[in-house]
Write a protein that binds this ligand. Structure first.
Ligand SMILES: *Cc1c(COP(=O)(O)O)cnc(C)c1O
Length: 382
């Protein structure tokens, strides 16, 4: 039977007869050593050498001038939006096909998300739909884009790189530039992905990563902003460290700000993880290829990266033929202790976002009905 063949193939790839998770972390490097250094030194909290070291290393890895480490990816997006000036009653363009954190970060600013469709190939924000929306509904006054439907300012565009597949970020940045809209990349899932050899997260004004336990590399919990804009980097550091002015002993905080600092313990873990990223990326690409040759023979598509782009294959995706087939796969895989998950429900189907603007969402709905993730963990093959 086809289902049995699939189950035994997935088990053989992951060499396991037990429950197979979607994405398990792997700690095979200096994790314990660095964590012990934190404990021995007593620097476990929001100040410490690993935080500075991590900021330096992640900036170097993606080739950005600055990085700011924070507690998680959601706070990183929230911070990035504040840094580019998103305020109450402003609007932010994003996609409805995303994890809820993308939309929540907009709502934390008391701004409104505008949900624009994705394109099928990238699963990220569609440049065509974006351009159509902007041309039909907006005007640029004094360099600020105004939505004629609401009279509100569109202060940012927040595309997301779905499961580590780069969205069409070059086109998106070009369009947004013409309309005076800064681009913030939600690259939470896309560390290590690239377009034309340039790392995802460095195309927009600010890029954001997550190091949650299920991501490609993990800090336990953590996030980072990367940017080439020195002022923005300073502002991000300032508003994530309680707005405190530098002083040898006085406490003076010059604005309402956040405690979004990454603790040194988490930074120690992520420093060790970042050292292993190339090994993880290589194996995940091989895993995707193995899945592809197997599923192709069954007439099932394993999603691939677009031309001139490299995905990190964080979560490997199957594209099934319709919702019934999708439901069938989710059921038989999970019943057999092989974790499989659907892509997210579109944001405007959630109660918090049901009244938000959206365009036709044809492609987003198409993908919602067909995409599932299958076990994608790094396998230690020695
Ligand atoms: C994981 C994720 C986030 C949030 O990151 P956390 O570290 O969990 O706060 C944001 N956006 C996307 C697309 C994500 O996948």
């Amino acid at each position: 039977m086809k289902e049995e063949k699939i189950i035994s193939f997935i088990r053989s790839l992951h060499k396991s007869d037990a429950f197979i998770p979607l994405h398990a972390p792997y700690f095979g490097g200096n994790e314990k050593k660095y964590l012990n250094e934190c404990i021995d030194s007593t620097f476990v909290s929001s100040v410490g050498p690993f935080v500075n070291n991590f900021e330096k290393e992640i900036a170097k890895y993606v080739d950005a001038q600055h990085a700011v480490a924070v507690v998680n990816g959601t706070s990183a997006i929230h911070t990035a939006l504040e840094v580019v000036g998103v305020k109450e009653n402003d609007e932010v363009i994003t996609q409805a096909l995303t994890f809820v954190a993308t939309a929540n970060a907009i709502a934390y600013c008391k701004a409104k998300p505008l949900f624009i469709d994705v394109n099928k190939e990238s699963m990220g924000l569609s440049p065509t739909a974006l351009k159509t929306f902007l041309e039909e509904n907006t005007t640029v006054k004094n360099g600020v884009c105004i939505n004629s439907l609401t009279n509100r300012k569109i202060k940012a565009c927040l595309p997301m790189h779905t499961f580590g597949f780069p969205c069409r970020i070059v086109e998106i940045c070009d369009i947004c530039e013409a309309f005076g809209i800064p681009v913030i990349e939600d690259a939470a899932e896309a560390l290590g992905s690239s377009v034309n050899g340039k790392k995802i997260g460095t195309f927009g004004t600010i890029g954001v990563f997550s190091f949650n336990g299920n991501k490609l590399i993990t800090a336990g919990g953590g996030g980072a902003l990367v940017t080439n804009n020195t002022k923005y980097a300073q502002k991000a550091k300032h508003i994530t460290t309680t707005g405190k002015k530098n002083h040898p002993f006085e406490f003076f905080h010059d604005e309402l700000a956040y405690n979004y600092r990454m603790p040194n313990l988490n930074a120690a873990l992520i420093c060790a993880q970042l050292e292993q990223i190339e090994v993880f990326l290589k194996d995940k690409r091989e895993l995707a290829n193995d899945y592809r040759s197997f599923f192709e023979a069954l007439g099932v598509t394993v999603r691939s990266e677009e031309e001139n782009t490299k995905a990190n294959y964080w979560l490997i995706c199957l594209e099934l033929n319709n919702k019934e087939e999708r439901d069938h796969y989710l059921k038989f895989l999970n019943q057999n202790e092989i974790m499989a998950r659907p892509i997210w429900q579109l944001m405007y189907k959630l109660p918090m976002y049901e009244n938000c603007y959206r365009d036709d969402q044809k492609n987003a709905q198409y993908l919602e009905d067909r995409i599932i993730n299958i076990p994608s963990s790094y396998r230690n093959n020695g």
